[in-house]
Write a protein that binds this ligand. Structure first.
Ligand code: PLP
Length: 472
């Protein structure tokens, strides 16, 4: 091989040393994470000013770039991997995922076509099959990785739109949407903002959306669900982003599909309840849908970004996503570029493979169960201290109010600057609430206890100062 002549051994040694140095820095970062304030200290944020603002003519070199990233950047990160970050539904990082990603970034494989990386293609296929099995989805279904649930939703909605129009005799690839039969969209009133955005991108306007009323937990109300037909796209969800509750799939999906509608489920985190025997009933019937979107970077603790799109009939996905280009042709059964919006893409499936190989079926179930138990522990501790749970906790989500709206806002702000843990705010049915999402595999019972203690401590202080109105 001639490569060692064009790239001398020195260059390889230097590169290896850089990788090792970066790995040491990453290891030190991980070791310090549990001890750090969850939100960066003011001083660390001021340190961001020390990043040079102008791109110099002369490069500083890789070692200096990585050193700067670590020395100025690391202290300013949000410690979402240390066990006490409860914001949004931000997963931590599984140890196998973060270690494998060091190797995967050295591999730098492009998953677009199997011929570009046989190993990435094979690991992608294994991970996709294992995810389908863990989530309890139909054997016929095709599973493909993408950047997150937003893109997974978009991918599925485009497949659904095209399939419905095809069934109505309209060739959407040739004729586009102009003049096409009008699709109806019946969406849960609680549908996630990313689904509304995906509809827009798929050429479906808000005027086309009929809202299906929901109950006090955010679930679609069966008795008030509109009638649907063969030109209807039905949008449900597994795991409401505020409450964790899921729609009554067993009751709605068979009825909608009997009429010829397409049912898509956004299950960004909630779909993972299917991986646990003890929680599977909470998303019972979800497997009856036509398509599903979920995330690997939330509950499965893959590193950002990693989402999963699933389509019951692979032909529906292929029709919408495949393309013609002589140099990209291939007769491979499974080519990622023909199953999603991206052409070039990193080997996300390989990282998911590493997580699943590390945890096994029982480990994934245990991850889901543990987060649910810890969320219940958090809810119990806060309720015992006198806080009000706005809905019965479901899955890994807790929604809690402290005295009133103003006090709740003040407690959220105080908790965020206390830095023991981090939780955000929301509005649930007109009331301000703290949202607590337990999605980090690193979280344990001590993290929950110390975080609950910090939240209650902040609340007592605010109450002693006369509540939120006096303070905020
Ligand atoms: C997070 C989330 C999304 C969006 O997922 P991204 O991975 O951020 O694109 C969609 N739906 C629900 C219910 C979510 O929780």
């Amino acid at each position: 091989m001639s490569s060692s002549q064009s790239h001398g051994p020195d260059q390889h040694t230097e590169r290896a040393e850089l990788i090792i140095a970066a790995a040491h820095r990453a290891a030190a970062y991980v070791a310090a994470a549990p001890e750090r304030g969850v939100f960066p200290e003011e001083e660390a944020l001021r340190g961001l000013d020390r990043f040079p603002r102008d791109l110099g003519d002369k490069g500083l070199g890789a070692a200096e770039a990585v050193a700067m990233l670590d020395e100025l950047g690391s202290p300013a990160t949000v410690a979402s991997t240390g066990g006490r970050y409860f914001g949004f539904v931000t997963g931590g990082t599984d140890p196998a995922a973060s270690a494998a990603s060091v190797l995967l970034s050295a591999w730098d494989q492009n998953l677009a076509l199997p011929v570009m990386s046989p190993v990435a293609a094979m690991l992608d296929e294994l991970a996709s099959r294992w995810c389908r099995e863990l989530l309890g989805l139909p054997e016929s279904a095709v599973v493909t990785f993408c950047s997150g649930a937003s893109i997974a939703n978009l991918t599925c909605l485009v497949a659904a739109r095209d399939a419905l129009l095809h069934r109505a005799g309209w060739n959407v690839e040739e004729r586009g949407l102009a003049g096409a039969p009008r699709l109806r969209v019946v969406a849960s009133a609680e549908i996630h903002a990313s689904v509304s955005k995906a509809l827009r991108a798929a050429g479906i306007g808000t005027d086309q959306i009929e809202s299906a009323p929901t109950d006090e937990c955010g679930r679609v109300a069966v008795d008030r669900f509109p009638t649907v037909d063969g030109l209807t796209l039905v949008l449900l969800q597994a795991g409401n982003v505020n409450t964790g509750h899921s729609d009554p799939f067993s009751e709605i999906i068979p009825m909608a599909r009997r009429e010829g509608a397409w049912v898509h489920v956004d299950g960004a985190f909630g779909l993972w309840a299917g991986a646990s025997e003890a929680r599977r009933h909470l998303v019972g019937g979800v497997e009856l849908a036509d398509s599903w979107a979920t995330d690997a970077h939330k509950w499965l603790n893959a590193s950002y970004d990693s989402g999963i799109a699933v389509c019951r009939d692979p032909e529906d996905l292929r029709r919408a996503m495949s393309f013609d280009a002589a140099y990209l042709a291939g007769d491979a059964e499974r080519a990622a570029a023909h199953l999603g919006l991206q052409m070039s893409q990193r080997a996300r499936g390989a990282e998911v493979w590493a997580i699943l190989t590390s945890l096994g079926r029982n480990g994934v179930a245990e991850l889901v169960d543990r987060c649910c138990r810890l969320a219940e522990q958090m809810a119990g501790l806060l309720e015992a201290a006198g806080a009000r749970l706005l809905v019965p906790p479901a899955l890994n989500q807790v929604l809690v109010q402290f005295d009133d709206d103003a006090t709740t806002d003040a407690v959220i702000a105080a908790v965020q600057s206390d830095r023991t843990c981090w939780a955000g705010g929301t509005v649930w049915q007109g009331r301000r609430a703290m949202r607590i999402s337990v999605s980090d595999a690193a979280t344990d019972a001590d993290d929950i206890a110390s975080s609950a203690e910090a939240i209650v401590r902040c609340w007592r202080r605010i109450a002693a100062e006369g509540g939120g109105s006096a303070d905020a």
